[in-house]
Write a protein that binds this ligand. Structure first.
Ligand SMILES: *[C@@H]1O[C@H](CO)[C@@H](O)[C@H](O)[C@H]1NC(C)=O
Ligand SMILES: *[C@@H]1O[C@H](CO)[C@@H](O)[C@H](O)[C@H]1NC(C)=O
Ligand SMILES: *[C@@H]1O[C@H](CO)[C@@H](O)[C@H](O)[C@H]1NC(C)=O
Ligand SMILES: *[C@@H]1O[C@H](CO)[C@@H](O)[C@H](O)[C@H]1NC(C)=O
Length: 374
C-alpha cells in the first residue's frame, strides 16, 4: 500500500492532476480503516483462524486497546435487564486535554465491586465523550485492575445517537442540556434514564461500593433516602412492561421539568416526583407495603442503598464510626458515599474505617492499586 501511495505522490509531483482522485480514494480508505478499527479487530479475531498475525491484525488490536468503542456500534451490546450501567460525564466539567480516562480510585472501586459481586451481569461503563485508555501510570494500574473482570466493559456514547428513538430525541437537539449550570450532573441524570429506557437493568452512581449481589433482586425498584425523598443513585428497571413504562415516565418528566439551574431538580427530585405521582405521596407506606402498593415498583428503605444521609458521609471515612457503620450497613446492598461532599475525605489505604474495610473486601484489586490514599 505504501509503495502505491509513494508512486501516486511522485506522479502527482510530475504534474498529473488526474491522479488527485485515486489519492483521495486511498486517503479515505486509510481514514476509514483507522475509524472503524473497533470493529476491525473483532473481524480479524474471527477470520484469523490460521493464527497468522498480519500487521493489520496487530494494528487493529493495538488501536482497539487504546480507543474505547461506541456502545451502539460495538459487537457486544448490553444484555437487556442483565446489565449494570455507570455513566462518566466529567468531560463536560473539566478540560481533559487528551480525553484519556481519568477515574478516581473510588470510581474504579464502584466498578470493580459491581463486577465482582454480580458475575452473571455485564457491567457497562459509558463515557460521554470520545475516550482513550491510559498507556501508563497510576491510571493504567486502576484500569487494568478493573479490566481483569471479564464482565466489565468500557464504552463510549454519542449523546445525540444515544437519545435517538427515545422520548428525548428532539429535546436533546435543542441544546438546553449544554446550558446547564451543572452540565456534568444533569447529563448523568439524563443518560441513566436513557440507558434504562433502552436496555433496562440497573443504574449505579460511581460513588458507591457494592456489598452484595443485586442479581437475584427482581428489577423495578428505587431506594429511599429517608421518609420523604427517593434517590436516583440506584435505579433498577425491567427492559419491558412496567419497567419500560416507568423509564418513559422518567424521561418525559425530565424534559417537562428540566431546570438547568437546580442541582437536584432533574435527579433525586425527579424520581421522587414521578414515583409519588404514580403511587401516592406516602413514602413510608410505599416502603412498608413493598411491591403490592406501587404497581410492582419496590421502594427500598434507606438501609438498602443510602444507609447514611449526605451530612453523615464521615461515617464511612473516620475510624471512630467504624463499629456503628458496620452494624448499620450489615444488610445494605451497597453504600453510597455522597462524593460531592466526601471527595476531599480521603482515607489512608489500610485504615480502620468502614470504607477501608469494604474496599479491601469488595474492590480488592483497585484498593491494592490505589497507592497510599483512597
Ligand atoms: C484528572 O483529574 C484530576 C482531578 O480529579 C485533574 O487534576 C487531572 O488534571 C486530570 N488529569 C487528566 C489527564 O485529565
Ligand atoms: C442558554 O441560556 C441563556 C441565558 O439563560 C439563554 O439566553 C439561551 O437561550 C439558552 N440557550 C439554550 C440553547 O437554551
Ligand atoms: C420514618 O418512618 C418510620 C415509620 O413510620 C419511623 O419509625 C421513623 O422514625 C421515621 N424516620 C424519621 C427520620 O422520621
Ligand atoms: C429497612 O428494612 C430492613 C429489613 O426490613 C430493616 O432491618 C431495617 O431496619 C430497615 N431500615 C430502616 C432505616 O428502617
Amino acid at each position: 500500500m505504501f509503495v502505491t501511495q509513494k508512486k501516486l505522490l511522485m506522479d502527482f509531483q510530475n504534474q498529473r492532476p488526474r491522479l488527485i482522485l485515486p489519492i483521495l480514494v486511498v486517503s479515505v480508505v486509510v481514514l476509514l480503516i483507522i475509524y472503524t478499527t473497533q470493529d476491525m479487530s473483532t473481524l480479524f479475531y474471527r477470520n484469523c483462524e490460521t493464527k497468522e498475525r498480519s500487521t493489520a491484525y496487530n494494528v487493529g488490536i493495538l488501536l482497539n486497546k487504546f480507543f474505547v468503542e461506541d456502545v451502539l456500534l460495538s459487537s457486544s451490546r448490553p444484555p437487556p435487564g442483565r446489565t449494570i450501567f455507570f455513566h462518566e460525564t466529567t468531560c463536560y466539567h473539566q478540560v481533559s486535554q487528551f480525553n484519556v480516562m481519568n477515574l478516581t480510585a473510588r470510581q474504579a472501586c464502584a466498578i470493580e465491586s459491581a463486577g465482582l459481586n454480580n458475575p452473571n451481569f455485564q457491567v457497562f461503563v459509558l463515557f460521554s465523550c470520545p475516550t482513550y485508555r491510559p498507556l501508563s501510570g497510576g491510571q493504567k494500574l486502576l484500569i487494568d485492575a478493573i479490566e481483569i473482570y471479564k464482565n466489565v466493559r468500557f464504552r463510549h456514547l454519542n449523546i445525540r445517537n444515544y437519545a435517538s428513538d427515545t422520548p428525548v430525541e428532539d429535546w436533546i437537539k435543542k441544546g438546553d442540556l449544554l446550558n446547564s449550570s451543572f452540565p456534568m450532573q444533569h447529563t448523568a441524570d439524563l443518560l441513566r434514564l436513557i440507558s434504562l429506557y433502552r436496555f433496562g437493568g440497573i443504574y449505579l452512581d460511581m460513588d458507591v461500593v457494592v456489598l452484595r449481589s443485586l442479581e437475584n433482586e427482581p428489577l423495578n425498584y428505587v431506594g429511599a433516602h429517608d421518609n420523604i425523598t427517593l434517590g436516583n443513585a440506584v435505579i433498577g428497571l425491567e427492559p419491558t412492561g412496567k419497567g419500560h413504562e416507568i423509564a418513559e415516565l422518567f424521561l418525559r418528566d425530565y424534559e417537562k421539568n428540566y431546570n438547568g439551574k437546580e442541582y437536584v431538580q432533574n435527579g433525586p427530585a425527579l424520581v421522587t416526583r414521578v414515583v409519588k405521582k404514580l403511587c401516592g405521596d406516602n413514602i413510608v407506606k410505599l416502603i412498608e407495603e413493598g411491591r403490592t402498593s406501587c404497581q410492582g415498583l419496590k421502594v427500598f428503605n434507606s438501609t438498602a442503598f443510602y444507609p447514611f444521609g449526605w451530612p453523615q458521609w464521615m461515617h464511612f471515612t473516620e475510624p471512630k464510626y467504624l463499629k456503628e457503620t458496620m452494624t448499620i450497613t450489615k444488610d445494605s446492598y451497597l453504600i453510597h458515599l455522597w462524593n460531592k461532599a466526601s471527595y476531599r475525605g480521603l482515607i489512608r489505604v489500610g485504615s480502620n474505617t468502614a470504607l477501608g474495610i469494604y474496599a479491601k473486601r469488595h474492590c480488592p484489586r483497585v484498593y491494592a492499586a490505589a497507592g497510599d490514599y483512597f
